[in-house]
Design a protein around this ligand. Sequence first.
Ligand SMILES: [Zn+2]
Length: 431
Amino acid sequence: METLATELLQQLLRFNTVNPPGDERVAQEWLAGVLEEAGFEVDLLGATPERPNLVARLRGAAPGPVLCLLSHMDTVLATPSEWQRGPWSGDVVDGVVWGRGAQDMKSQTASEVAAALTLAREGWRPVKGDLLVVCVVDEETGGANGAKWICREHPDKVRCDYLLNEGGGTVFEVGADRHYGVCIAEKGVFRFTLTAHGRAGHASMPAMADNALPKLAPLLATLATAKAELDVTDAPKGLLEGLGIEVGEDAATALEELRSRAPELAAFVEPMLSVTFAPTMIGAGAKINVIPSQAWLKVDCRVPPGMDEDGARARIEEVLAGHDGYELSFDEEVVGNGSKPEGPLWDAIAAWLASEDPDAKVLPSMLPAFTDSRTFRAAFPECTAYGFYPQREMSLYEMWPLVHGKDERIHASTLGFAARAYKAITEELLG
Ligand SMILES: [Zn+2]
């Protein structure tokens, strides 16, 4: 399957699907053809003709659970002059495949499709339930035309009980132990604006007016370094405990212990444990010689899964205690969600790993950002959705900078490793 997955990935990388604009149609039509030929029923469904989502179904003999192998076809942009190889070359050099999307996430599309094609071409069909291969568009700019659209407009086409998607699976080591994270949850997003008010006036006589802009300075300084109270949820708790670190009443102590044992990993875990604030935009005034009567500061705020607007507001007000004279409004509100680290899908992942890498352990993890898994969990509350793309040739710390970065690449052997995972999990769940 490694050869098949590598060839698929090379093809996929050669379609430029940088979003915006995405322009995924040609790639999706090509992939649809490949799956159709192997016996899948394929639909291309899109909000616009240029951006169809692909839904391929391999129907079982009897009703049963639906397993969905999900991925997205779009990528972020790439600046060719910064790269050692063309971002749309699909070059394979010394066993490594290069191109935009080689990690995020055409590699997973290739491994999922390689597993699905191998099964279908062998004549395998689910004993019960269906296998779905879904490749959506428009993930990188939020999924309005992709996962959100298809879950809303065609829920019956993509309804599933188990879902595998991006967001976890790269190996990391703590001491001598090797672990693979399964992303079971994603944080929510509560982006907000703080507005300060004053009184406009002539800039030549500042004292005669009331400048709104400097009122933001103390708020900005506080938010730039603010640490919210910890809100511990299943994923980081399971991760820490899986590493042998007890999470008692005081999760801060557990985090400290992790920091002393594995500082690199602690940097990944810390944002899983609390609300985070990143002030990213600020503005005031329209003219240099007019004292502004209004100034605004925008903050990208990420909250643990399950936290709603009231919870977010409470944490914001806590860190801004002692400040006044600001107005708070939310610009974007997305509640994060998660699945339990247990059940048939979890067991199937663990069983596969035990056969391929018996000394390693599966641990729950969380993505501080969010993926299409969040949309699927919200649309289908019964669905267990995990991020899992097993990868052992690169560690988490080597892989992460390549995502949205230059020189994105992946080992071909990883493509085969992951394809074997998807094949084994599919056979386990659908019989
Ligand atoms: Zn992605």
